[in-house]
Design a protein around this ligand. Structure first.
Ligand code: FAD
Length: 573
């Protein structure tokens, strides 16, 4: 759904107050930071963690009595999905020195370090290697690398303060002292950090920081980390990666030590056993449990599996009474709900403002304080911005950044490819092989997808697509059909390219939204296999049509173009 006239009117209010806010910032003026007492007060009143709702004491296990969100408690108290009689534990299917469960940043890094110590390693993961929250991290990594102004000491103080003095000192100490070395390690492996012209690392402020120490790779920092360490792991001889195999239970030996895990193969639908001298549980987070019904920025695989299987094996859990509610994500358009807007925007100076265009919190408060302030603005002060879909949000005034730091800064500093462009690929016609898409049920690999046309539009949905590709779910799909139907119909009539297809709608039933990079790949494949017969721009969308009916692509398993929408279903593996 595009911005409505009402929203456009409200944007004008933000534009009216912007010059004053920009001028204040230029003069070094800041919206006052809260005192520690003020932070505590706003957290207790508005932050979901502090309001004591939606949680209950665990009735079983190592943390019996510990009150955690209902969503966790339900899973921790549930029965195993494994029927003991169905599973044969008498022999191991795979044996290894180190088993790593999960193939995000933590799992892959652990595998590399274990391999460096001479161990044989198996990484076993639920989806593909790198389908993980790590891939989605945007803003950057904090590390005190600029020793002339910063040090692990200042970093330590910021973390302890940001954690309201409740963090575990030993863990914070390890984090701040090792962070600079970890950045060097990543760089040595080939990670491309943003750099100053003199070759030094670029760094900016993050939430709750007293020094500029956030290091990034555009606003796709996690993707760059994952690219680097996944390549490395794939190229090391003693690391084996097994994909699409969720761990469903940890296995304990007769002394109670973990001796591996039981996995479920999503392809063959069979259980199998991995026996290991050491097991690393790195199965990531739990945002997809939607604690207290909030939207999430998390990857589809983040369903708390590691926590559950660990708890079932007797491991104590900690910190589950706290959940990070990230302050900035998209609330409109509807299909972008929950997608993260990186903290880097606030670090670069973008204000959070209410419906009256007034700034209501300093943009560099710690995240929980920032989130609590947004909730207060919407619920208590009733100064939120109502979306056409009945939700409330606040504005993040990102155009300020160009005004503060020069035209083109946003485009340069936030070069996330998906932000500006997306493509709609319609199934029919050419077969694209080895195609991967992230569906509402998780990531799926398609042997073939068929394309009749590729449509691309610039600057329409911001922050829309974060991962490789998304097959629209019911709502998104409907919104897209609604939005583009007229254009599809016009295009079909205009170019007479849809003989026999009663309505374009009927072939939009497998609608794929993908990143620009993916769209370019699709286009390249189409271009290499068939002649271009139409190249149109309608309603700002570029359409490409390839003649797929001939046999220009000899040797391929391509089928002739068909108007039968049913045959447009992709083959899934
Ligand atoms: C949108 C977003 C932006 C972020 N931005 C930043 C940022 O700028 N800076 C920052 O420091 N942090 C950021 N974070 C947080 C950061 O990305 C995570 O804390 C970190 O990547 C977690 O790494 P991980 O390896 O523990 O988990 P993940 O990267 O999520 O990896 C978990 C792995 O376990 C697998 N898995 C799950 N269940 C099972 C199972 N049952 N069996 C086998 N495998 C399983 C998953 O498929 C996945 O491969 C961001 C997070 C999100 C969601």
């Amino acid at each position: 759904m595009p911005y409505t006239p009402e929203l456009k009117e409200l944007i004008k209010t933000v534009e009216r107050t912007r010059p004053e806010r920009v001028a204040r910032k230029r003069d070094g003026g800041e919206f006052a930071m809260m005192s520690l007492d003020e932070r505590q007060a706003i957290l207790e009143r508005y932050h979901p963690d502090h309001r004591g709702q939606g949680r209950r004491p665990l009735r079983v296990g190592a943390n019996k009595g510990y009150a955690i969100p209902d969503e966790f408690a339900d899973l921790f108290e549930a029965r195993s999905r494994v029927e003991p009689d169905v599973v044969d534990l008498s022999a191991a299917d795979i044996e290894t020195d180190v088993l790593v469960i999960g193939a995000g940043g933590a799992g892959t890094a652990a595998a590399l370090l274990a391999e460096e110590q001479g161990a044989s390693v198996v990484i076993a993961t639920k989806l593909r290697h790198g389908d993980a929250n790590t891939m989605m991290a945007e803003g950057g990594i904090q590390a005190a690398t600029k020793t002339e102004k910063d040090s692990p000491y200042f970093h330590y103080l910021d973390v302890i303060g940001g954690g309201h003095f409740k963090s575990t000192p030993e863990l914070v100490r390890t984090l701040v002292t090792q962070a600079p070395d970890v950045l060097s390690w990543l760089e040595d492996l080939g990670m491309m950090f943003d750099k100053e012209p003199d070759g030094r690392m670029n760094s900016i402020h993050g939430g709750g920081t007293s020094r500029k120490r956030m290091h990034s790779a555009g606003d796709v920092t996690g993707m760059e980390i994952m690219r680097t360490i996944r390549d490395e792991a794939r190229n090391r001889g003693k690391i084996t990666v097994v994909e699409f195999v969720p761990a469903v239970e940890l296995l304990l030996d007769e002394t109670g030590r973990c001796g591996g895990a039981l996995f479920y193969n999503l392809d063959t639908e069979e259980y199998f056993v991995v026996k290991a001298a050491a097991t690393v549980l790195a199965a990531g987070g739990s945002g997809r449990l939607h604690i207290q019904g909030f939207m999430t920025t998390n990857h589809y695989g983040a369903t708390g599996d590691g926590l559950v299987i660990g708890y079932r094996a007797g491991v104590e859990v900690c910190y589950l009474h706290t959940v990070q509610y990230h302050p900035t994500g998209s609330v409109f358009p509807e299909q972008t709900e929950g997608l993260l807007i990186t903290e880097k925007f606030r670090g670069a100076g973008a204000n959070l403002v209410n419906v009256n265009g007034e700034q209501f919190v300093n943009e560099r408060e710690p995240r929980d304080v920032e989130s609590a302030a947004c909730i207060r603005e919407c619920l208590d002060r009733a100064l939120g911005v109502a979306t056409p879909t009945g939700k409330l949000g606040v504005w993040l005034d990102s155009p300020m950044i160009d005004q503060l730091s020069g035209k083109g800064t946003v485009r340069r500093e936030f070069p996330e490819p998906e932000r500006d462009d997306y493509a709609v690929a319609l199934p029919d016609g050419e077969a694209v092989e080895g195609f991967t898409a992230l569906t509402p049920e998780g990531e799926k690999e398609y042997k073939r997808a068929r394309i009749v046309a590729i449509a691309r539009q610039e600057n329409e949905i911001r922050f829309s697509v974060h991962c490789l590709a998304i097959i629209a779910d019911e709502n998104e799909r409907d919104a897209l059909i609604k939005k583009y139907r007229q254009t599809f119909i016009e295009y079909g009539q205009h170019a007479d390219l849809a003989p026999g297809i009663p309505e374009w709608e009927s072939i939009v039933n497998f609608c794929l939204i993908t990143s620009r990079k993916e769209a370019d790949d699709i286009l390249a494949i189409a271009q290499s296999r068939a002649p271009l017969v139409a190249d149109e721009v309608l309603d700002g969308i570029s359409f490409f049509r390839y003649d797929l009916s001939g046999d220009a692509n000899s040797g391929s398993d391509r089928e002739p173009v068909t108007s039968d929408a049913a045959s447009a279903e992709p083959d899934t593996t």
